[in-house]
Ligand binder design. Structure first.
Ligand SMILES: CSC[C@@H](O)[C@@H](O)C(=O)COP(=O)(O)O
Ligand SMILES: [Zn+2]
Length: 213
């Protein structure tokens, strides 16, 4: 075992993220190596999942240290997620963000293709209060929707433009692709992910039953 692997084995953040990956996979939100996760390590760096791994079978060595001071967003220890630039942009936009979780659930993927505008407003759900800052089911809760692209730096640029108009409430949806959720701790990121997945599932069911988007 080299030094880096040894350090990661003992890193409680890495261990916690691997364990959360198993829970997320048990919900069927990261099929076929889809999804990626990260946890902040410092002001300018995070541990990011290695590309192409089964996110339900991560071990600490699969979490690669990446610094966004280096424009390459590379790691000497392997190839970080293809979507690392989006994680890095979120960490740059809000220094309070501690963890970012990206999933490919069936519900979020299908819903994202029905949400045709660049934002979808949720209202009327008690579960909206799972999102930090939301105090009532009557409050309007917007979910930003971006078109999918393989150009992740371009997507990160769109995110920055949208965020500068108004910070996003702990999630965004990429059309035909999946959900990103984040938080000011790993536990909060998990709660936001579960809350948003629940809200999206409910809206999808409502649209299926009523035909009304
Ligand atoms: C299984 S295809 C999914 C990928 O294209 C991508 O969207 C994804 O979420 C996982 O990419 P990865 O590079 O493993 O982090
Ligand atoms: Zn993805």
């Amino acid at each position: 075992m080299n030094n880096t692997a040894h350090v990661h084995q003992l890193n409680p953040n890495a261990i916690a993220l691997c364990s959360l990956g198993r829970w997320i996979a048990s919900r069927h939100w990261v099929p076929a190596t889809g999804g990626n996760f990260s946890i902040r390590q410092g002001e300018n760096s995070a541990l990011v999942t290695a590309s192409g791994k089964d996110k339900g079978e991560l071990s600490p060595q699969d979490l690669l240290p990446v610094s966004w001071q280096d424009e390459q967003l590379s790691s000497p220890h392997g190839t970080p997620s293809a979507e690392t630039a989006l994680h890095a942009e979120l960490y740059r936009l809000d220094p309070a963000i501690k963890a970012v979780l990206h999933t490919h659930s069936v519900h979020a993927t299908v819903f994202s293709r029905l949400a045709l505008a660049d934002s979808y407003l949720f209202s009327g759900y008690e579960m909206q209060k799972a999102i930090t800052g939301i105090k009532s089911h009557e409050q309007l809760l917007p979910l930003a929707v971006f078109d999918n692209t393989q150009d992740i730096p371009a997507l990160a640029k769109q995110l920055r433009q949208r965020w500068q108009q108004k910070p996003l409430p702990f999630a965004l949806l990429v059309r035909g692709h999946g959900l990103y959720a984040w938080g000011h701790s790993l536990e909060q990121a998990k709660r936001h992910l579960e809350g948003w997945e629940f809200l999206i599932h409910c809206e999808l069911e409502r649209i299926k039953l009523t035909g009304l988007p």
